[in-house]
Each structure stands twice: as structure tokens, then as C-alpha cells.
Design a protein around this ligand. Structure first.
Ligand code: NCD
Length: 307
């Protein structure tokens, strides 16, 4: 398994063994992420952070991960503070930041941007979300959450709920889960179904998938409800968004008598009621914390070549 200097663009850049390696290393990183232990393994290393789209958890947990390991970060959290506003193109910006850093994290609203960035710099590039494409590091922390909370990934039944068309987290997650022995259900309004290409890829590797518009159809035998926000910013027509918003509303009453856990990449808008937050079902805040140890494991593996 060679992570050193590897680009992380799509979850398919990982094998199941790679994923399991990162999840094991994440567990070792947890005490450092919680400040119970110290590490300087990335001392002197710099992570370049190019966030052309808004982000809270992804950006801050990458920053925390780097700093917990003794490294540091440079970069921007919104494109209007950089020379792009003066007309500089993405290639030039990425090239320059590549010269200043040991690895680059990039988020952009255009699918394919991270892949493109990786072709113009020599340092490893990590995709922190490219439009409706993929979000592979979110997937690693999603898998880590399942493993930590439920003790396993194999044999789970995971229901992906909400905007399966534009949601990049569910695209990466579906591909990753397909490497394990899982059952998947897709719950969405008809307009926001999982893209055919992805369903086709999953069927080809023999994953059993149930597609439904009614969340009640998956409550009884799911282990995980992975709920997502309707991706308003990706709708070509705002009218279409207003017709679909509020399609699903998960509240404590709906979950009564079930054994499942509720995950969400966050931010939530109105798809999970606040009354779920402090129940045994709601695991999304814990999930958000796991972004730190998982990204520590990833950064250590990619940047630090000395074991
Ligand atoms: C997600 C994203 O940016 O794709 N957020 C995140 O990284 N935790 C989900 C979303 O924005 O809905």
C-alpha cells in the first residue's frame, strides 16, 4: 500500500485494504485529536487549502488535523479574497500554492477540478468536494463513524436519504460501501434519484440496492440512515428546488422503535429535527468530530514518508 505522495481525487483511488488501513490509523490518531497525546510528525510541513466553495467542517477539520500533527496551513476560505477576482486563472493559483505547500486540499463547484489541479502540480492533491462529483475524505470519516459506532461495516444495511442526484457525499459513499459486504437503499424524491451511471456501476459489482421514495420502507431493517441536505446551489432552476425542499423530515417520533443510527455530513437545513440531536439515534456531531482523526491519518500517510 503506497500512500506517500498519492492524490486523493475519488474514493475509487482506494482499495478496500487502503480504506481499512486509514480507518485503523484513525483510531490511533484519536487521542491526539482529543489533545490527550501530542505529536509533531508533520512538523515543518504545510498544507495548502484552496476553498472556492463554502465549508465549515471540512476546512476546519483539515486545519485542526494538520495542526494537531505539528504542521501548519495556508490558503483561503473564499475565492473573493484571492487574485481570481483580478482575473487570475485556476491553473496559475494552484501552481503557485503547490510551490508553497507539501500537499493541496481543494474544493470547487465544478466537477473534475481536483483531478485537473492534480495534473498541474507536483504535490499531492486532495479533493474536498468537486461540484456534484465526489467527496472522498468525507466518505472515509463516514465509514469510520460506522465502524466506531456499530463496530463494523460489513453486513450493515445503509439507507442513503435525500438529494442523491447532486449530493457528492452519497456518490463517494455508495462506491465505498460497494467494496464491503453491505445492503444499500436509496431514498429520494424521483427528481433526485442516484444517477443511473452510479447505480449501474454498483449493480455491476453485485451490490443489492433498493430504491424507494418512501422513507418508511427502510426504517425497519436499516442500521444507518445517512441523511443529506437538498443541494440548493446545484439546481439550475430555483423553482425546482422550492418544489422539493422539505421532502424528508426525520424526527424522534419517526425513529421510535427502530434500531438505527442517523448520520448526516452536515450542514442540515430542515431534514433532521433538533429533537433527534440528543437521542441514541443522532450521531452526526460525533461523525463531524471524526473528521479530525481521519484527516490526520490521511495527511500523515500522504505527506510523511518516514514511518
Ligand atoms: C457536504 C459537502 O460539502 O458536500 N458538507 C461537508 O463537507 N460536510 C454536504 C453538504 O454540503 O450538504
Amino acid at each position: 500500500m503506497v500512500f506517500d505522495q498519492k492524490n486523493i481525487i475519488s474514493i475509487s483511488d482506494f482499495s478496500k485494504d487502503d480504506i481499512e488501513y486509514i480507518l485503523r490509523l484513525s483510531e490511533k490518531m484519536e487521542p491526539i485529536a482529543r489533545s490527550k497525546k501530542q505529536s509533531n510528525v508533520l512538523s515543518g510541513k504545510i498544507l495548502g487549502m484552496l476553498f472556492y466553495e463554502p465549508s465549515t467542517r471540512t476546512r476546519l477539520s483539515f486545519e485542526a488535523a494538520m495542526k494537531r500533527l505539528g504542521g501548519s496551513t495556508i490558503g483561503f476560505a473564499e475565492a473573493n479574497v484571492i487574485s481570481a477576482t483580478k482575473g487570475e486563472n485556476l491553473t496559475d493559483t494552484v501552481k503557485i500554492v503547490g510551490e508553497y505547500s507539501d500537499a493541496i486540499v481543494i474544493r470547487h463547484n465544478m466537477e473534475g477540478t481536483a483531478r485537473f489541479a492534480s495534473s498541474v502540480v507536483d504535490v499531492p492533491v486532495i479533493n474536498a468536494g468537486d461540484g456534484a462529483g465526489q467527496h472522498p475524505t468525507q466518505t472515509l470519516l463516514d465509514l469510520y463513524t460506522m465502524k466506531r459506532v456499530l463496530g463494523k461495516i460489513d453486513d450493515l444495511h445503509v439507507a442513503l436519504v435525500g438529494d442523491l442526484k447532486y449530493g457528492r457525499t452519497v456518490h463517494s459513499l455508495a462506491y465505498a460501501l460497494a467494496m464491503f459486504d453491505v445492503k444499500m437503499s436509496f431514498v429520494s424524491p424521483p427528481e433526485l434519484k442516484m444517477p443511473d451511471g452510479i447505480v449501474h456501476d454498483l449493480n455491476r459489482v453485485g451490490v443489492s440496492i433498493k430504491e424507494t421514495t418512501d422513507i418508511h420502507n427502510v426504517l425497519d431493517d436499516s442500521d444507518v440512515l445517512y441523511v443529506t441536505r437538498i443541494q440548493k446551489e446545484r439546481f439550475p432552476d430555483p423553482e425546482e428546488y422550492s418544489k422539493i425542499k422539505g421532502a424528508y423530515m426525520i424526527d424522534e417520533k419517526l425513529l421510535e422503535d427502530t434500531e438505527l443510527i442517523v448520520m448526516h455530513p452536515l450542514p442540515r437545513i430542515d431534514e433532521i429535527s433538533y429533537d433527534v440531536d440528543n437521542t441514541k439515534y443522532g450521531r452526526y456531531f460525533e461523525q463531524a468530530f471524526y473528521g479530525v482523526p481521519v484527516r490526520m491519518a490521511l495527511l500523515k500517510s500522504i505527506i510523511d514518508s518516514f514511518e
